[in-house]
Design a protein around this ligand. Structure first.
Ligand code: 1CP
Length: 344
């Protein structure tokens, strides 16, 4: 059955009309039912580590909109959490943790992902039982560069200067950190596949702050390392790579990393998007703010993305996560319009 799911067919390189659709961050604060469940949890990480609650919030957007994929409810920062970095989420501000110093790198623990993240795998097993047969179940993790930016700064920043400076000053230790995160992330994804994920997405949300050489060293190579490790352990695993802001560097991203599908943020020009699609699946590209604006601007944006990318192997998605200000009615309108599309 898994191979026939619409989204899985696209990941195998098939063009499907209308394209399958899901949204990054589809479970989240723009949904009143999410806010209600969130209020019953003892903090954000409790929501991620309590299978009953994580299953509920993962299912909410599926029930409401009937997306073609559900994405495990968790966060990319569970990896720093199991590395004992003191991860916590400050209401209205975002994630915080103890900033990593150069002398900490050699002393980081080597946790067994399988044991320590057992509740996450239980969430996936329950989800596969609850989801409609035709719905793809996606697992995910953060890419090493993006996870490292949070570990080094201890929080989100606008330009990731702390991580970039660290990489300039301590190249050997930085490579060591990326390799550690890559290996843990590969183990994490392998266990997600074993627990029922059909495919996985790797989020490199901060790829866009790097020059070409650093992008190659910090994003492409660690991504290739994860892909290689996962495929060696679980041959045929389908992987989506999302390197936000990478622009022209996305041109040969599929070949250099080995991912099946290339995520496109909303700034990727259509000419480049189509060139990337010439040799395989792409996903994304709609400006997430259209989910706030709605109306004619939303319709025009949807139609443009479908006209440009709908004919090749394509997964409809936003160019980044949906924001808390998005209107759920606009999401319903989006799904309806994409499903009504009959091809160009
Ligand atoms: O209090 C809350 O409800 C917190 C909001 C929230 C949510 C709903 C956070 C904190 N994480 C999540 C869930 C989440 N995070 C998912 C769940 C599944 C889904 O998509 O529905 C996923 C895939 C993520 C991934 C994630 N977390 C990324 C990569 C994708 C992206 O948006 O770029 C990143 C960078 C994070 C870190 C993070 N976690 C939370 C916040 C607010 C942030 C960003 C912080 C920052 O940079 O300042």
């Amino acid at each position: 059955m898994a191979a026939q799911r619409k989204l899985m067919r696209v990941l195998a390189g098939e063009a499907v009309a209308p394209p399958p659709i899901w949204l990054m961050r589809q479970a989240g604060r723009y949904l009143p039912e999410y806010r209600a469940t969130r209020a019953t949890a003892n903090g954000f990480l409790d929501l991620c580590y309590t299978p009953e609650l994580a299953v509920e919030v993962t299912m909410q957007p599926i029930r409401r909109f009937g997306f073609d994929a559900a994405i495990l409810f968790s966060d990319i920062l569970v990896i720093p959490d199991i590395l004992d970095r003191g991860v916590h989420f400050v209401e209205g501000e975002g994630p915080r943790m103890t900033p990593l110093a150069v002398e900490d790198i050699g002393t980081l623990p080597r946790p067994s992902v399988d044991e320590i993240l057992a509740p996450v795998f239980e969430t996936l097993r329950r989800l596969r039982r609850e989801l409609p047969e035709e719905t793809t179940l996606l697992g995910f993790c953060g890419a090493p560069w993006t996870v490292a930016t949070y570990m080094l700064a201890g929080r989100g920043t606008s330009d990731q200067a702390p991580a970039r400076l660290f990489a300039m000053r301590h190249a050997a230790e930085f490579d060591q950190l990326l390799a550690l995160i890559a290996d843990l992330s590969a183990d994490y994804l392998i266990s997600q596949i074993d627990a029922g994920a059909d495919a996985v997405q790797i989020f490199d949300s901060w790829a866009g702050v790097l020059d070409e050489t650093s992008f190659d060293r910090f994003c492409v190579r660690p991504m290739a390392r994860i892909v290689e490790k996962v495929r060696r352990a679980r041959p045929g695993t389908r992987i989506i790579g999302f390197a936000k802001g990478a622009g022209a560097l996305l041109e040969d991203y599929r070949q250099r990393t080995g991912v099946d599908c290339v995520g496109l943020d909303w700034t990727v020009p259509r000419k480049l998007a189509r060139a990337i699609q010439a040799d395989g699946a792409v996903q994304g590209n709609l400006d997430p703010l259209l989910m706030v604006a709605g109306g004619a601007a939303l319709d025009a944006g949807i139609d443009r993305v479908l006209a440009d990318l709908g004919e090749g192997p394509f997964i409809f998605n936003l160019g980044h996560g949906i924001t808390p200000q998005a209107d759920p009615d606009n999401v319903a309108r989006l799904v309806q319009r994409v499903r009504a599309w009959g091809g160009a």
